[in-house]
Design a protein around this ligand. Structure first.
Ligand SMILES: Cc1ncc(COP(=O)(O)O)c(C=O)c1O
Length: 426
């Protein structure tokens, strides 16, 4: 049996082998540098902004797209464009990044959470309807870790109760549900292009819709609440029609995202190939399991999540204890297992303390109700999922299958040395 690196054996993944995301090439560098010489550094009607909007709408399959400066900005634009305001409620997933909920709070509306289906880690459609009341205006499904939410039952509930659907597709560029891309599955789609995302611009965001009215509202919110005409298309009115923010991206970012977009499908196909291999191999290694993929989904594997199964090894440990032991031992082997989220979003202090804007707002807003349930007990499956899973770093290009094979060697080594792992990590 090979000696574990933590005990002085040689590590499986050589130092420096795991490369960071996103993969960069000369085309990316040329695209960004060309902006310097273009004479256009900013503006929502600058050439790269317009080109990216057109290409992203075409890629997703919607009529319109807008460039923004973050996923959070896109989500806030989505909430505002949907006409959601003080006291209104939006139902979303307890397992997400908190900015999904922040975007709802930013418009003085109230996030209401549902627990997840642990198999797909997305919101459980069976739990949505009991949360709908006269204040509910929209459902905000989150396509998490590159997995799409189960949209058909969500759409049926939205239709029955006359609710809009705003997708948080920040982690799911190019993922599909029954062949339709995220961003085209609801009324409004919101994407992040921050450094880690499948379509990366370092920072940035994208926003999609088929609806002209939502488009016009979102565009105003993006730039101060004003209508800012394209250069040469008439004088700016300098009149705010309502509240607005500054959610405009830089042309460097638009150019960078456009260049990365050329390789999005290729990069996603690499992620899928790596994920398929890892899941197949992990199925034969006691103690671990790869992600489940429902028939309706073609995920884009923003993160490759591993499930920890100590019972398969006859260990008297919780999945979380087993996970922590493995994380420590695999780190010494050069294999990174990260933790994304440490608690359900409704269990964060902002909800338990209801700090919001201070003085209880927006929960004390006279238009709505303040007694929304954020208790820990209401989201047990999200808690369990967080405790029993971790994501495996580096499951993307420019890393190669060679690295994935070493990862599998690492999991096998740990599984074969399970008792020792527990002892060492203890
Ligand atoms: C699910 C989800 N929603 C929203 C966001 C916010 O995106 P950004 O960081 O671009 O504001 C993120 C980013 O990490 C995310 O993962």
């Amino acid at each position: 049996m090979a000696t574990l690196a933590i005990e002085g054996g040689s590590r499986i993944v050589p130092e420096g082998m795991v490369q960071s995301w996103p993969p960069l090439n000369q085309a990316d560098r040329d695209a960004v540098l060309a902006v310097f010489d273009s004479g256009h550094l900013h503006g929502t009607s600058a050439p790269k902004a317009l080109e990216l909007q057109e290409k992203w709408a075409q890629y997703v399959g919607t009529k319109y797209a807008l460039v923004t400066n973050s996923g959070t900005a896109s989500l806030h634009m989505g909430v505002a464009a949907a006409g959601i305001g003080p006291g209104d409620e939006v139902i979303t997933s307890a397992f997400t990044y908190w900015s999904t909920a922040a975007a709802i709070l930013h418009h003085n509306a109230i996030p209401v959470f549902v627990d997840i289906d642990p198999k797909t880690y997305t919101m459980d459609p069976a739990l949505i309807e009991e949360r709908v009341n006269e204040h509910t205006k929209a459902i905000l499904p989150v396509h998490i870790h590159g997995m799409v939410a189960d949209m058909d039952p969500i759409k049926a509930i939205a239709k029955k109760h006359n609710l809009l659907i705003i997708e948080d597709a920040c982690q799911a560029h190019g993922a599909t549900y029954k062949g339709v891309k995220t961003g085209a599955l609801g009324d409004i789609g919101c994407f992040s292009c921050n450094r880690s995302k499948n379509l990366s611009g370092g920072e940035g965001g994208l926003w999609t819709t088929d609806n002209e009215e939502y488009l016009a509202k979102a565009a105003k919110l993006r730039e101060f609440g004003e209508v800012v005409p394209a250069a040469g298309a008439g004088a700016r009115e300098y009149n705010a029609y309502g509240l607005g923010w500054m959610y405009r991206p830089h042309e460097f970012i638009n150019a960078f995202i456009l260049s990365q977009l050329e390789r999005l499908d290729y990069n996603n196909s690499q992620r899928r190939e790596f994920a398929a291999y890892l899941t197949r191999e992990l199925a034969d290694i006691p103690g671990f399991e790869g992600p489940y993929t429902p028939e309706y989904a073609n995920p884009c594997y923003f993160s490759y999540v591993v499930s920890f199964k100590p019972e398969q090894l006859g260990l008297d440990l919780t999945p979380e204890q087993w996970k922590k032991a493995v994380q420590k031992v695999l780190a010494a082997e050069g294999i990174g297992l990260g933790q994304w989220q440490t608690r359900p979003v409704p269990s964060q202090d902002v909800f338990s303390d209801r700090v919001g804007y201070g003085k209880g707002c927006p929960w004390t807003c006279p238009f709505g109700r303040g007694d929304v349930d954020y208790s820990k007990e209401s989201y047990p499956l999200t808690e369990q999922f967080i405790a029993s899973h971790a994501y495996l770093g580096g499951v993307y290009p420019p890393n190669t299958m060679e690295l994935m094979k070493l990862y599998i060697d690492g999991f096998r080594k740990v599984s074969e040395n399970a008792e020792m792992v527990v002892e060492l990590a203890g």
